[in-house]
Write a protein that binds this ligand. Structure first.
Ligand SMILES: [Zn+2]
Length: 309
């Protein structure tokens, strides 16, 4: 009898002493692989993390599978890109998960755009009437590593809120991630510096943050408006503008049809370059650092080959 009480007391003491282990891992779902990669850096083994959209999919248009609802049901925390990037597919999934913890506005709903630098915020009345899928500014903000740091900080603060006993772990991991990203960013800036001002065209408006950070000049888009497929008149205008400005590169996200970009390439002599804006866009891009490594190398090779300026 006495022994049993002592064992019971010991077990209780152990539970108190290691609250995080007793609580298990936090279940975190991120809408994209970019957010998942950053959250993994901060959460380490204290979280279980999964993403919904794959990096090779258009994040505006993801097929809402029932398996996503199951994942969301078990989530403690949902991290979203926000600015309505996921408006076309996420809200019904979150609703149908019936998980009160991760509904918009709840403690377990983190909108990563709130502390990020957002470009292309429209002036005046916001309208989706013309089909523009960026009504609250450009949602592809993670393509600037400075925003990567801001996302990481927001994730760290949220994890601390859930697990105050692991504060030191999350803050240490945030400091480590930020310092490695600082070092990498210096390297990327040095690599891109000789090509500052290079003029390019992109298919969708996925790269304004990337372009601003690394000195690209985006002079036009294959889409007439974000989310609107190319039209013959717009394509003709773009070809004329590219000829006038001697544009040698068309960057295309992996999930768009190459037919129009290739026609533009034939007319203008520009090279069509498939450039992923996300982790998982191609299999080599396994984390947030490799996204920039891959894209910057791809871009510099193409600039050298085409003589783009
Ligand atoms: Zn977009």
């Amino acid at each position: 009898m006495k022994t049993r009480i002592i064992v019971g007391a010991l077990a209780a003491a152990l539970l108190v002493a290691t609250p995080s282990r007793a609580q298990g891992k936090l279940n975190v779902i991120a809408t994209t692989e970019d957010l998942a990669s950053i959250a993994r850096e901060i959460g380490g083994d204290r979280i279980a993390i999964e993403s919904i959209a794959k990096g090779y999919q258009d994040p505006h248009f993801v097929e809402a599978k029932p398996s996503f609802i199951l994942k969301l049901q078990k989530a403690d925390l949902l991290i979203v890109v926000g600015r309505e990037l996921e408006i076309g597919w996420l809200p019904p999934l979150v609703q149908q998960s019936r998980n009160g913890k991760i509904q918009p506005g709840a403690e377990g709903y983190l909108d990563a755009s709130l502390t990020a630098q957002i470009l292309e915020i429209p002036n005046g009345n916001i309208t989706r009437a013309m089909g523009d899928v960026h009504p609250f500014g450009n949602p592809h903000y993670w393509t600037d590593p400075e925003n990567g740091k801001r996302i990481a900080k927001a994730v760290s603060e949220k994890l601390v809120q859930f697990r105050p006993s692991d504060r030191a772990v999350f803050e240490q991991r945030l400091a480590d991630f930020t310092s490695r990203l600082d070092t990498a960013e210096k390297r990327w800036l040095a690599m891109t510096a000789p090509y500052k001002g290079t003029k390019v065209v992109t298919y969708h408006r996925s790269f304004p943050n990337f372009a601003e950070r690394f000195g690209l000049d985006i002079v036009g888009y294959v889409e007439p408006r974000p989310g609107i497929p190319p039209t013959p008149q717009h394509t003709l205008d773009l070809i004329n503008e590219m000829k006038r400005q001697n544009i040698k590169l068309v960057l295309v996200e992996p999930y768009f049809d190459l037919k129009t970009p290739q026609a533009i390439g034939r007319e203008t002599g520009a090279q069509v370059l498939v450039m992923p804006p996300s982790v998982g866009g191609v299999k080599e891009i396994t984390d947030y650092f490799k996204l920039f490594d891959y894209d910057i190398n791809l871009l510099i090779d193409a600039i050298k080959k085409t003589g783009a300026k």
